[in-house]
Ligand binder design. Structure first.
Ligand code: NDP
Length: 503
């Protein structure tokens, strides 16, 4: 029997900031308008700047996870389509894009960035409808950051010889880029912007549940008048992703997603000429010392795990609290959890939207059930979930031990495991006790302690007195089973260039 299930809809009991006490008032609905949005009934594959059906013609449904309504149908690519897309990218690379001066490539990237800004509202609404994330996040985080990546890498396109002095940087060739469903547009930008800046051409495969902003981006590519074949976008199941990875004409593979698929990809490219970057799962430790500003830490903890419904590879899913502040911190955390508004992602007041798919919701529920079965204590605020769609209450567990599945496995949902520690050494040992090593957070007043902790932690990114901060200038990537290679910043350029040695 499932230990967790969707609670019955009941009158609003949520407190919106007042714990479980009486609620004298309620927020009015503030839905973002969808009038200006045009989602096609069907999308073909985007190859050579043309949308065309898959050959043979096949499609699959794309739904809105908050309503379970069908939004569109998209093409299901075949192996022949993969070949066509790779040929288009190869041609564009060899005859146009890699030969173009960097200053010209930069103009295209700037144009893309500006068009994305102009069409930001459209991007934000489609992203929210397709992924389930709250509109305030797609509007204020995903879309602006995606545009910022294009601006940033536009700036590098004509300065590669300064990025790599005396190394004669050249493009790698054709890049196969496979992205997940948690940040569909932002992951597209992380992948496409540096690749194009360095003179590569790309074939992007979005996740099957979230292809719509990628196809909206295809429209931007045409609007920016990029030469045909520079950006190609194909949709289809994981096996089509693997066809791309294995294609002999592909020179670079960039993947973000699960560690399991990352391992398959690493095996598939071993022994070939292909360069690979893998950005995989995480189980980040967020460590709060007793001298930390607790109210500020609470906001960081909430942002760390409930942002994007916790469907974030670097989510702060393991909270380590120094024993002396455990009780006050937990009281504040439970109170703050009760203020989170869960529901319609298009409502501007919503904090936690829909889980991306029924499959992901089932995975979250299964892991939460395991936490209860293994003896951890669950806390969920008494909020009302919509009748339709894939929703999960913000959840926290106390009484968690290191061996519990909820402390070891990536849940990828709004679920926090709270553990305690006494000394900094114990915090480091517990934080590093995971097969992952993507990110971590430290909360303390002492600068010296921050430096000591940052060096001791096996994580690619460590935030101090903040969490989940992203910037195009800052590299991102993991240790251990969180993958290898870096995206963002100068490091992100290295992943897309061949350095031929001293000039
Ligand atoms: P996947 O790793 O399966 O999906 C990520 C991308 O890889 C999608 O585009 C997917 O396509 C594609 N893909 C799937 N199988 C293959 C394959 N054999 N070869 C090449 N590409 C493939 O993640 P899931 O969507 O299945 O999520 C499972 C779990 O992975 C989550 O619960 C979460 O824990 C973790 N995850 C981590 C992410 C991160 O950012 N680190 C992102 C997403 C998930 P398609 O969508 O068509 O299957």
């Amino acid at each position: 029997m499932a230990l967790t299930r969707k609670p019955e809809a009941k009158p609003a009991a949520a407190s919106w900031g007042m714990g479980a006490r009486d609620v004298p008032w309620e927020y009015a609905a503030a839905p973002e308008s969808t009038d200006h949005i045009r989602i096609e009934r069907e999308y073909g594959l985007f190859i050579d700047n043309q949308f065309a059906p898959a050959r043979p013609k096949a499609t699959f449904e794309v739904i809105n996870p908050a309503t379970e309504e069908v939004l569109s149908r998209v093409a299901r690519a075949s192996k022949a389509d993969v070949n066509r897309a790779v040929s288009a990218a190869r041609r564009a690379h060899d005859t146009v894009w890699s030969r173009m001066p960097g200053s010209e490539r930069a103009k295209y990237l700037y144009r893309i960035a500006r068009i994305m800004q102009e069409r930001s509202r459209e991007f934000a609404v489609v992203e929210t409808m397709n992924s389930g994330k709250p509109i305030k996040e797609s509007r204020d985080v995903d879309v602006p950051l995606a545009a910022a990546h294009f601006f940033y890498y536009a700036g590098w396109a004509d300065k590669l010889e300064y990025a790599f002095p005396n190394r004669r940087p050249t493009s790698l060739g054709v890049a196969a880029q496979i992205i997940p469903w948690n940040f569909p547009l932002l992951m597209l930008a992380w992948k496409i912007a540096p690749a194009l800046a360095c003179g590569n051409t790309v074939i992007l495969k979005p996740a099957s549940t979230t292809p719509l902003t990628a196809y909206l981006f295809a429209d931007v590519v045409r609007q920016a008048e990029l030469p045909p074949g520079v950006v190609n976008i194909i949709t289809g199941p994981g096996e089509i992703g693997m066809e791309l990875v294995r294609h002999p004409q592909v020179d670079k593979v960039a993947f973000t997603g699960s560690t399991a698929v990352g391992k398959l990809i690493a095996r598939a490219v071993a022994g070939t000429h292909k360069k690979v970057t893998l950005e995989l799962g995480g189980k980040a430790a967020n460590i709060v010392f007793d001298d930390a500003p607790l109210d500020q830490a609470i906001e960081g903890i909430i942002n760390g795990i409930y942002f994007n419904q916790g469907e974030v590879c670097c989510a702060g899913s393991r909270l380590f609290v120094q024993e002396s502040v455990y009780e006050p911190l937990l009281d504040k955390l439970k109170d703050r959890l009760s203020t989170l508004r869960v529901g319609d992602p298009l409502d501007k007041n919503t904090d936690v939207g829909a889980i991306n798919s029924a499959g992901q919701l089932a995975k979250i529920a299964e892991l939460v059930d395991s936490g209860i079965a293994e003896g951890a204590e669950i806390f969920q605020p008494d909020c009302v979930l919509p009748d339709k769609g894939f929703f999960f209450r913000p959840t926290l567990f106390t009484g968690v031990s290191q061996s519990h599945r909820i402390a070891q496995e990536e849940i990828f949902g709004p679920v926090l495991s709270v553990l305690t520690f006494r000394t900094p050494e114990e915090a480091v040992e517990k934080a590093n006790n995971t097969p992952y090593g993507l990110s971590a957070g430290v909360w303390t007043e002492k600068g010296s302690r921050i430096f000591k902790m940052v060096s001791a932690m096996k994580a690619g990114v460590v935030w101090a007195n903040t969490f989940n901060r992203f910037d195009p200038t800052s590299p991102f990537g993991g240790y251990k089973e969180s993958g290898y290679g870096r995206e963002g910043g100068l490091h992100g350029l290295a992943a897309y260039t061949r350095l031929d040695g001293a000039a």
